[in-house]
Design a protein around this ligand. Structure first.
Ligand code: UT7
Length: 320
């Protein structure tokens, strides 16, 4: 029997970093409001030559290098994104071409902010059944391109970026590996966080719309529930968790969720202040940050979680 283990992480950000004060020059908002309500201080905004695929490819290259592998070792690419370069082909195939891989399986997964958790479970399952041995799981987004810059309630919250992990098949009794994943969706709430356009409806790309207060209410409940469920499947409790790497939507959601689980806030990896909400990129971006700065070490138990449009939500328990 095999399972999969995370053997390398990487991330990439656009060159341009934008502070709350810079945003306040063109949007009716203040640094104080954004920091107090969300914890966000900066976000990165992609330039014309930076796309979901270029950011995703840069993050993937960094993850492959961290794993000590070559691009040709990869036999599966799963990209989580809600902002693909084009409606089709899948941006995963553009990343594949950029990496110089000419024959592997490559496709996109759309679950918005939960996309990385969905992509992780898909790739983990494909490795468990023996179809693949080394997978790239990428979360990459350019939400700046679908923001309504006249809607202060949403445009200050999001940023662009990418994160990636390399998953490798390991024996079931290996010291490291993905111990459990759980996913959920409840489409009754798909009108609370959505884009008001698309190829089959308006024929346009559309702009992001969100009823923030309602989303906030569901987020804490759903995230605490799915983490409790996933920890139980892994056969451990929150006392065993070394690090929580949550979706970075709002510092207040992160704090409330950790509290509900009885987790020490010092064990929560928080990057929302630096990156804002990067949707599917936020979990792997935060994970790579904490791996590279030495917080996450081999043997430790790490919990990943996210919730987003749909609603979709999920969690994973990983031993590094
Ligand atoms: O990644 C997917 C998951 N997404 C989330 O988890 C987002 C969840 N929601 C949230 O994080 C919060 O609901 C927000 C940060 C979006 C909003 O915080 P809030 O405390 O729920 O504020 P609110 O929307 O209820 O707005 C409060 C006030 C309003 O003014 P009035 O009506 O009280 O006079 C807004 O007009 O704040 C005003 N406001 C702003 N003021 C300055 C809204 N946006 C801004 C802004 N700057 N950018």
């Amino acid at each position: 029997m095999t399972r999969s283990a995370i053997v390398g992480t990487g991330s990439a950000l656009p060159a341009r970093r934008v502070s709350n004060a810079e945003l306040a020059e063109r949007v009716d908002t203040t640094d104080d409001w954004i920091v107090e309500r969300t914890g966000i201080r900066f976000r990165y905004i992609a330039g014309p030559d930076e796309t979901t695929a270029t950011l995703g490819a840069d993050a993937a290259s960094a993850a492959i290098a961290a794993a000590g592998l070559a691009a040709q070792d990869i036999d599966l690419i799963v990209l989580a994104t809600a902002t693909p370069d084009q409606t089709f082909p899948a941006s995963a195939t553009k990343i594949q071409a950029m990496l110089g891989i000419h024959d592997c399986v490559a496709f996109d997964v759309a679950a918005v902010c939960s996309g990385f958790l969905y992509a992780l479970q898909v790739a983990d399952s494909m490795i468990r059944v023996g179809a693949h041995r080394r997978a790239l799981v990428i979360g990459a987004e350019t939400f700046s391109r679908i923001l309504d810059w006249d809607d202060r309630a949403t445009c200050v919250l999001f940023g662009d970026g990418a994160g990636a992990v390399v998953l490798q098949a390991v024996a079931d009794d290996a010291p490291n590996g993905i111990l459990a994943t759980r996913l959920h969706a409840d489409g009754r709430h798909n009108g609370l966080l959505y884009v008001d356009g698309g190829p089959s409806t308006t024929g346009t790309v559309g702009k992001l719309r969100m009823k923030g207060r309602e989303v906030f209410r569901y987020a804490v409940t759903n995230l605490a529930a799915v983490m409790t469920e996933t920890l139980a499947v892994a056969g451990i409790t929150s006392a065993d968790v070394d690090w929580l790497v949550p979706h970075q939507a709002n510092a207040r959601i992160l704090e409330a969720t950790a509290k509900k689980l009885g987790l020490d806030p010092a064990r929560v990896v928080m990057t929302v202040d630096q990156h804002a909400n990067t949707s599917a990129a936020s979990v792997p971006l935060a994970l790579d940050t904490a791996v590279r700065d030495g917080r996450i070490r081999p043997g430790q138990i790490v919990v990943l979680e996210a919730m987003g449009g749909g609603f979709t939500w999920g969690a994973a328990v990983v031993r590094f």
